[in-house]
Design a protein. Structure first.
Ligand code: GTP
Length: 347
């Protein structure tokens, strides 16, 4: 089975973190989200991936290369300019000549594929859109379906009382290759705005099925942070690397913990991290691999990416620090998003 991963957006809402990486490469629990996704899909039988990329595509290519390290085959469909969510699929047409999966690679979920594929097969449409149910659908495209699950229309951002359902596009699709006939080549095409309405109008069979389980779009700093807190609370059951040295405190290999360090759970610490004396880490703190945290640092509701140096007595609250950030001693960061390091990320 092949999957096309859409990873070519600019990730503007997550800037400056996405200035030099594609959004799906942002780490979740100290590992790029794209890697979690590929591993999850591989473990369910997907062995070939096409990554549709544009913005900072080199970061993805250098990290995954041909996928051999993950025991999968990865090819890259690069776009000369962002072709949009459907244009990117058309651009990868030469690799997609049998039934295939498509993922918005910035959506954090770990769907179970077999029931979704069974549904697609049984309904026999050209497209199955995986749906998720949300409490407040008013900021999404909401689907209206018939009793068989056929999608009749999308209602964009309805008022809550006017929403036909609470089901929204989860950013995962199962397509037959014939879907390509409905996507124009060599121009930007949006799957939500153009392709789905066209497929519905042509009555080629567009069905929707709900995938239960954790689902979140990581596209804004608040949502990106929330995915982490959900991972730490285990509401999102993603594997956390490390030993649980006290309830809710996961610590990687080769971590030096100074005298009097206080962990306030939940906390996740990567490998080869140094934490200075009397630092207070947590609640809700994720520290990446090879970071150095100075003495008496207070770090809560904060995510620090790999190889960062947070000097003594700094206060970090509700912030995100990109790769290799170095902060001066005694600095206070509240609601900050810092990206100082502008080079590519290596696996
Ligand atoms: P914002 O700029 O913050 O809206 O983010 P985005 O455009 O990167 O993401 P959006 O949520 O709009 O897109 C959903 C998914 O599709 C993400 O994984 C994007 O990387 C991907 N995507 C969006 N536009 C393109 C595109 O033109 N080409 C490709 N290959 N992928 C795209």
């Amino acid at each position: 089975m092949k999957a096309l991963l859409l990873a070519g957006g600019l990730g503007t809402r997550l800037r400056p973190l996405t200035e030099n990486i594609p959004k799906p490469m942002a780490p979740i629990a100290n590992r790029p989200w794209l890697e979690h996704l590929i591993v999850h899909l591989r473990d369910q039988g997907v062995n070939e991936f096409v990554i549709a990329a544009h913005h900072c595509s080199d970061v993805i290519r250098r990290y995954f290369e041909n996928g051999k390290r993950w025991n999968v085959k990865i090819t890259y469909a690069l776009e000369p300019y962002p072709l949009g969510t459907a244009g990117a699929i058309k651009n990868a047409e030469r690799w997609l000549n049998e039934r295939f999966l498509v993922f918005n690679a910035d959506i954090v979920h770990l769907p179970e594929l077999i029931p979704l594929l069974d549904f697609h097969r049984q309904h026999g449409g050209l497209a199955t859109i995986v749906l998720t149910e949300v409490d407040d659908p008013s900021s999404y495209g909401v689907v209206e379906q018939d009793d068989c699950g056929r999608i009749l229309r999308f209602v964009e951002k309805p008022r809550c009382e006017e929403a036909p359902s609470n089901r929204i596009n989860a950013g995962m699709y199962i397509f037959e290759p014939d879907v390509m006939r409905y996507i124009p080549a060599e121009r930007e095409v949006s799957i939500e705005r153009e392709t789905f309405p066209l497929l519905i109008e042509k009555n080629v069979g567009v069905y929707g099925i709900v995938s239960n389980g954790y689902w979140r779009d990581m596209g804004t700093p608040a949502r990106y942070r929330q995915v982490h807190w959900d991972a730490l609370s285990r509401e999102f059951p993603i594997p956390l690397k490390g030993r649980e040295i006290q309830s809710g405190v996961f610590v990687g290999e080769n971590v030096e913990i100074g005298a009097g360090v206080l962990f306030v759970p939940p906390v996740l610490i990567g490998d080869h991290v140094k934490i200075g004396p009397q630092a207070v880490i947590g609640p809700n703190a994720v520290i990446g691999d090879r970071c150095q945290i100075g003495a008496r640092v207070h770090c809560a509701q904060t995510i620090v990416w790999d190889r960062s140096v947070i000097r003594d007595r700094s206060r970090l609250q509700n912030s995100i620090f990109g790769y290799r950030t170095v902060t001066p001693a005694g600095e206070v960061f509240e609601d900050s998003i810092i990206n100082q390091f502008k080079e590519a990320v290596q696996a």
